[in-house]
Design a protein around this ligand. Sequence first.
Ligand code: ZN
Length: 144
Amino acid sequence: MKCPRCQALLLEETGYWNCADCGSAYNSSYFTNREDQKLNQQEVNQMATIGKNAQDYVPPQTLNISELESVSVNIELEEKSGIKKEDGKEFHYNVIVVDEKEYRVPNSVLKNLKAIMEEKPDLKNFKVKKTGEGYNTEYTVIEL
Ligand SMILES: [Zn+2]
């Protein structure tokens, strides 16, 4: 499943899809409601069936950096990898770990933060504001 906005790979979360690159999030129904996404619909249906059969399995839920009130610039960024369902190739995305929970960091946030720190190298803390949904998701880095 590819991001309709930037064509990066979408990562499956509970009930929605999340783009590792631009950070856009899409409800599963976003794809099933689109007639031009019939292939994607098949994928979603298949996964729902697998999900039903694995009732004991609780998928690890990855949160988003925008859910944190304050983030230190000194927190360690970890690169995670996964395997694409379509072609078996490896892909990468970034997370930070706070209180043993993983928060995904979209690449657009890193670009934004880099630009701010070029102007303000002594920045200590920031937060990420998320606006819009799906194709219109935007992340704004705010200095604290
Ligand atoms: Zn995207």
